[in-house]
Design a protein around this ligand. Structure first.
Ligand SMILES: NC(=O)c1ccc[n+]([C@@H]2O[C@H](COP(=O)([O-])OP(=O)(O)OC[C@H]3O[C@@H](n4cnc5c(N)ncnc54)[C@H](O)[C@@H]3O)[C@@H](O)[C@H]2O)c1
Ligand SMILES: [Zn+2]
Length: 365
């Protein structure tokens, strides 16, 4: 079990990752201690609830928390919408949740985002505990306080900042996660290594995707990814500046998700594709030397991530880039690398550089 503190001006909490934690929350320390004696409302999706709902109930009992009800979302990004949020608000009203009660999110990033936004808004804010069950949610989405739902015109356009009071990632739950989800979640772990932890990147480079079968290495990799995210969020909680570093791979990644229609690629696959593209842009703009770029692209390839735009034209992607949320004044901003662990945010790149690079990654038709 590894614990990573997140120290923010208005709140501080622990993120714990380890094996078999969900059923014994009494053992995880500060990350779950605040649940003692509280009324807790559980939010999950139908898949994760069936698998781990009872285990979490046992864990909550072990810290003396009182689970007063469950709400189950339909699984998947397609349900990260206003209708799901509204259904959850209804459930919270029906359960008579009060200000001092709390919401427990059990699931992947979709559950965490919808439950998080509900917790941020219900009664102007109730406490939130995150129990992430995907690699992506453990390494990334459960930490840092961003919550959101999608708008038909773009991902994550409606949301709020609402920090959790504690995060407990039970690695045991990853045993039932489809291999594609495990692999694509590691794209955010690779991203964290590239951004701020060269040792993490080297671990994933050296061991390749086989690392996911090594319990100790998985724990180390996820805890290190959380630590990178925690450091970035501590420096810039509300994305006034440096938090944008976490968007490495996301400028193109989001554009590809929009242009292909959500669900063709997983979020992680889109991020991996976007990261590969950001590496190419970093090299083309003279930031990253060719040898380093090839090294990083080689690692992404070894992990089996898609390297070509899935059945879409460069034009369609350029169009989607113009609508990206991280656009300031109509110009997309990029996170680019000078080396592993040395990233620059807020960069603009002329379309004369982007267009030919996009054509290079267009699928042959
Ligand atoms: N808030 C943030 O800071 C932040 C950061 C990154 C990503 N996100 C969001 O996270 C979302 C993606 O999250 P995700 O990849 O976890 O997807 P997800 O929540 O949709 O989960 C993927 C699928 O796996 C299933 N599942 C989850 N855990 C399982 C388990 N242990 N065993 C078996 N099946 C399981 C789910 O039911 C779902 O069908 C996106 O909406 C993205 O925008 C948010
Ligand atoms: Zn992401």
């Amino acid at each position: 079990m590894r614990s990573v503190p997140v120290r923010l001006s208005g709140s501080a909490y622990e993120v714990v990752v380890g094996w078999g934690l969900l059923g014994r929350l009494g053992d995880v320390g500060a990350a779950a201690a605040g649940l003692a004696g509280r009324r807790v409302f559980g939010v999950s999706d139908t898949t994760v609830h069936r698998l781990y709902g009872e285990t979490l109930e046992r864990g909550l009992r072990s810290v003396g928390a009182n689970l007063v009800g469950w709400h189950q979302l339909q699984p998947g990004e397609a349900y990260k919408n206003l209708e799901s949020l509204s259904g959850l608000w209804d459930a919270l009203v029906a359960a008579r949740l009060e200000r001092r009660d709390c919401v427990a999110a059990l699931g992947g990033g979709v559950v965490g985002d919808v439950a998080g936004l509900a917790a941020a808004t219900f009664l102007r804010g109730v406490d939130l505990y995150q129990f992430p069950t995907t690699v992506l949610a453990m390494a990334d989405s459960s930490v840092g306080g961003k919550t959101a739902i999608d708008h038909p015109r773009g991902k994550n356009l409606i949301g709020a900042f609402h920090q959790p009071r504690g995060v407990v990632g039970d690695l045991e739950t990853l045993g039932t996660l489809p291999e594609r989800e495990v692999r694509s979640g590691f794209a955010e772990v690779l991203k964290a290594g590239l951004l701020g932890d060269p040792d993490l990147f080297e671990l994933l480079e050296r061991r390749g995707p086989g690392v996911t079968a090594d319990p100790d290495a998985v724990e180390e990799a996820l805890a290190r990814a959380v630590a990178v995210k925690a450091r970035v969020v501590e420096a810039d909680e509300r994305e006034g500046g440096a938090r944008a570093l976490l968007n490495l791979g996301h400028t193109l990644g989001h554009a590809v998700e929009v242009a292909s229609g959500y669900g063709v690629l997983t979020h992680g696959e889109a991020v991996a594709l976007g990261t590969a593209f950001a590496i190419r842009v970093s090299a083309a703009t003279g930031r990253l030397d060719a040898g380093q770029a090839d090294r990083i692209l080689g690692v992404l390839e070894r992990w089996g991530y898609p390297v070509k735009l899935p059945g879409m034209s460069a034009e369609k992607v350029l169009d989607a880039l113009g609508l990206d949320k991280k656009t300031a004044g109509g110009v997309p901003r990029w996170v680019l690398l000078r080396g592993v662990g040395a990233a620059e945010w807020g960069q603009t790149v002329p379309s004369e550089i982007l267009e030919p690079l996009l054509r290079e990654v267009q699928e042959d038709s």
